[in-house]
Design a protein around this ligand. Structure first.
Ligand code: CTP
Ligand code: CA
Length: 225
C-alpha cells in the first residue's frame, strides 16, 4: 500500500471492484460473451486507488490496463470464477462496486471436443448463473457498502429500484442507453444514481473517468454515513 497516501479520503479502505464481461465456454474454442469493454470498471478501480483505497479488481476478459500501480488485479473468465474471486475478497472489503457484465446464463455442459457442424440448427442448453451481486447482498455486513449497476431499456428507474431492493444494495447505478455515446464500448456514460432512501441523482453524459469520479464521491459519502 502507498505510504504517501495516508491523507487521502479512502486511505485504509479496501474496495472490491469487478469489471468487464464474462465468457461462458461452449466447447474448447467457443464461448457466450457480451460487448462489455471493462472501461467503466477499470476507470472506477483507478479512481478509487487514486483516492487512497486498496483496490482488488476482479476482471473478466478485457484489453484494459489499470494505470494505478497499487491495484491488485485478479483475472477471471467465467461467471463462476468471478463468483469465487468475489466470495474470497468480499469479507475483507469495506465496499464493493459490481460493474462487471456478468453472463446470466451458461451452458449446462461444456463439450470436451470442438462441436462439429451437422444439422441445420443447433440447440445449446443453458442454465442460470449465480447472481454474484445478490449473493454478496445476502452476506453483507451493515458496515459494508454494496454498489450495483443496472442496464435497462424500458421502465428504467423502476427496474433499477427493484434491483436495489432485491439485491440488498446501498446504491444502484442506472446506465442509460438513451443518449448517443453512452454505453458499453465508448468512452462516455450517462448514469442515474439511486440510493436506499431513493435519493436520485441524474448526471449528464460524461467521460467514463468523470463518471468514475462521481461514483467514487458517492462511495465516500456512503462509507462515512
Ligand atoms: N450481476 C451479478 N451476477 C449475475 C448477473 C448480474 O453480479 N449473474 C450484477 C451485475 O454486475 C450488475 C447487476 O447485477 O451490477 C445488475 O445486472 P443486470 O444485468 O442489469 O441485471 P440482472 O439482475 O442480471 O437482471 P436482467 O439482466 O434480467 O435485467
Ligand atoms: Ca443480466
Amino acid at each position: 500500500q502507498n505510504e504517501l497516501n495516508k491523507n487521502l479520503p479512502l486511505a485504509g479502505k479496501k474496495v472490491l471492484v469487478t469489471a468487464g464481461p464474462t465468457y461462458e465456454a461452449i466447447d474448447p474454442v467457443r464461448f457466450i460473451g457480451n460487448h462489455s469493454s471493462g472501461k467503466m470498471g477499470f476507470a472506477i478501480a483507478d479512481r478509487l486507488a487514486d483516492l487512497g483505497a486498496e483496490v482488488t479488481l476482479v476482471a473478466g476478459p478485457t484489453a484494459q490496463k489499470a494505470t494505478n500501480r497499487y491495484i491488485y488485479r485478479i483475472d477471471v473468465t467465467s461467471a463462476n470464477e468471478m463468483l469465487d474471486a468475489c466470495l474470497t475478497a468480499f469479507p475483507d472489503a469495506d465496499a464493493c462496486v459490481m460493474s462487471a457484465a456478468v453472463a446470466d446464463y451458461t451452458p449446462v455442459e461444456v463439450a470436451s471436443q470442438k462441436i462439429k457442424k451437422q444439422e441445420s440448427s443447433l440447440n445449446i442448453d443453458l442454465k442460470k448463473t449465480t447472481d454474484i451481486l445478490k449473493t454478496l447482498g445476502e452476506i453483507k455486513r451493515t458496515n459494508q457498502v454494496l454498489i450495483g449497476f443496472a442496464l435497462e431499456t424500458e421502465n428504467e428507474e423502476q427496474y433499477a429500484i427493484d434491483k436495489l431492493n432485491k439485491k440488498n444494495l446501498d446504491l444502484i447505478i442506472l446506465n442509460s442507453l438513451n443518449d448517443n455515446g453512452a454505453g458499453f464500448k465508448g468512452d462516455t456514460n450517462k448514469i442515474t444514481m439511486i440510493d436506499r432512501q431513493l435519493n436520485k441523482s441524474v448526471f449528464d453524459l460524461k467521460s467514463k473517468a468523470e463518471v468514475a469520479a462521481d461514483i467514487s464521491n458517492k462511495l465516500i459519502e456512503l462509507l462515512n454515513r
